[in-house]
Each structure stands twice: as structure tokens, then as C-alpha cells.
Design a protein around this ligand. Structure first.
Ligand code: CTP
Length: 216
């Protein structure tokens, strides 16, 4: 296969995670998975072999992509770490930062009183991949922020020891979660680039061309 990513192994996480409270309830988020799936299709189109670890989503698997379906942050972590080594990791999933301390085995009944749900932090998959003995040559994180985009994105770039971070503003109509369009501000140690606003499919291609550029 020819293309700027020919012979490269690309590992992508996509979608939300669901953290179960009991057999009928969970904590989720508004990630659609569209950006991660678009990245998988664009990577295949550029000659890469692609593993896509997907949280709950109804999206169709792009052609020639090996998809691993997961539900929780813990399952996503397990699947991502098991899929290493890779040349590139794109952490596009909206991984839950917290999960219920216990998942009830039976449906929780209402008591008429208020209730408190105890949450514990999940492992940071992206930071673990970046610190892994089999660290991919390029580790790319994503950040959805409601303001102070560059400040928060660069903070994450450094704190998680990433090579690149693609940040977008959420809470803006026609962009971000659930939308087919988005714009990205991409930052790395000594540079940055603005991509879009455009369709997520096209944005994915532009981001992968930038990734390929930075890798070589
Ligand atoms: N991420 C991850 N594992 C987690 C949480 C996040 O791999 N448990 C990854 C996401 O895939 C994404 C990036 O980290 O690439 C998002 O960064 P994060 O700091 O988690 O963003 P927020 O959760 O929005 O953090 P904050 O609340 O500090 O803004």
C-alpha cells in the first residue's frame, strides 16, 4: 500500500466510555466517535494498518480497520495497552475521568432520600501510552475545552508528555461533539497549526498529513 503512512501501525481510541452504576444505568458523555472513526478511515487511506479501539457507538467500521469494541475506561485501557506496539497513537476517545467506586449487581431502588454516588478516578490511558516501554514514536492527545484553548492544551501536552495535541472548543454551535464539522488547533513543543473549520472527514485527513510530517 502506498501513501504517507505506508507500513505504519496506527492505534486509535474513539468514542465515549460508559461507566456502569448498576445493570440499567451508566455515566456517559456526548462523544459521538465520529472524529476517531474519520481518523481511522483517513489513516487506512494513507497506507497505514489501523487498530481502532471504540467505546459504545453505532458508527460503521471503516474498511480494512481492525476494530475492538469496549465499554468502560478500564476495558479501553486494557485493549489499548494490549494493542501496542504501534508507530502512532491517536487518543481521540472521550475517556471518563471518573467511574463509580462500586457497580451495583442489582438495580438500585429509589429511597425517597437524596443519594450520593461515590466516584474514583480512572487511569489516564494517554499518559500511560506516552510513558510505556513500547511508546509509539508519535503520541497524539485530544483536548475539548470551553475556553483558554492554547493554555490548557499546552498544559496537557507537557503533563502527559505528548508529541502533539489537537484541541477544539466545545459549546460552540456546529462544532465539536455530535457535529459532522469541527476545527482543531494543533500544538507541539515548538509549533502550532490551525485546521478547519471543515467536515470531520476532511479534518481527519489534514491532521494525519500533519502527523506524518511530524513523524518523518
Ligand atoms: N484521556 C485518556 N484517559 C483518561 C482521560 C483522558 O486517555 N482517563 C485522554 C483522551 O483520550 C484525550 C485526552 O486524554 O486524548 C484528554 O485529556 P484530559 O486531560 O483527560 O481532558 P479532560 O478530561 O477534558 O481534562 P480536564 O477535565 O482536566 O480538562
Amino acid at each position: 500500500m502506498s501513501g504517507v503512512l505506508a507500513g505504519r501501525r496506527v492505534l486509535i481510541s474513539a468514542g465515549p466510555t460508559y461507566e456502569d452504576i448498576d445493570p440499567v444505568r451508566f455515566l456517559g458523555n456526548r462523544s459521538s466517535g465520529k472524529m476517531g472513526f474519520a481518523l481511522a478511515a483517513a489513516a487506512v487511506g494513507r497506507g497505514a494498518s489501523v487498530v481502532l479501539v471504540a467505546g459504545p457507538t453505532a458508527l460503521v467500521t471503516p474498511g480494512r480497520v481492525r476494530r475492538i469494541d469496549v465499554r468502560s475506561a478500564a476495558q479501553m485501557r486494557e485493549a489499548v495497552l494490549s494493542a501496542l506496539p504501534a508507530d502512532i497513537y491517536l487518543g481521540a476517545a472521550a475517556v471518563a475521568d471518573y467511574t463509580p467506586r462500586v457497580t451495583a449487581g442489582e438495580k438500585i431502588k429509589k429511597s425517597g432520600e437524596g443519594m450520593v454516588l461515590e466516584l474514583v478516578p480512572t487511569a489516564d490511558i494517554l499518559a500511560e501510552v506516552a510513558a510505556h516501554p513500547q511508546r509509539p514514536g508519535l503520541v497524539v492527545g485530544f483536548a475539548a475545552e470551553t475556553g483558554n484553548l492554547e493554555h490548557y492544551a499546552r498544559g496537557k501536552l507537557e503533563a502527559k508528555r505528548l508529541d502533539m495535541i489537537a484541541a477544539n472548543l466545545v459549546g460552540v454551535p456546529g462544532s465539536g461533539f455530535e457535529s459532522d464539522h469541527n476545527a482543531l488547533s494543533v500544538y507541539w513543543q515548538d509549533g502550532q497549526r490551525q485546521l478547519g473549520p471543515t467536515a470531520k472527514t476532511r479534518l481527519a485527513g489534514e491532521l494525519l498529513d500533519l502527523v506524518a510530517e511530524r513523524l518523518s
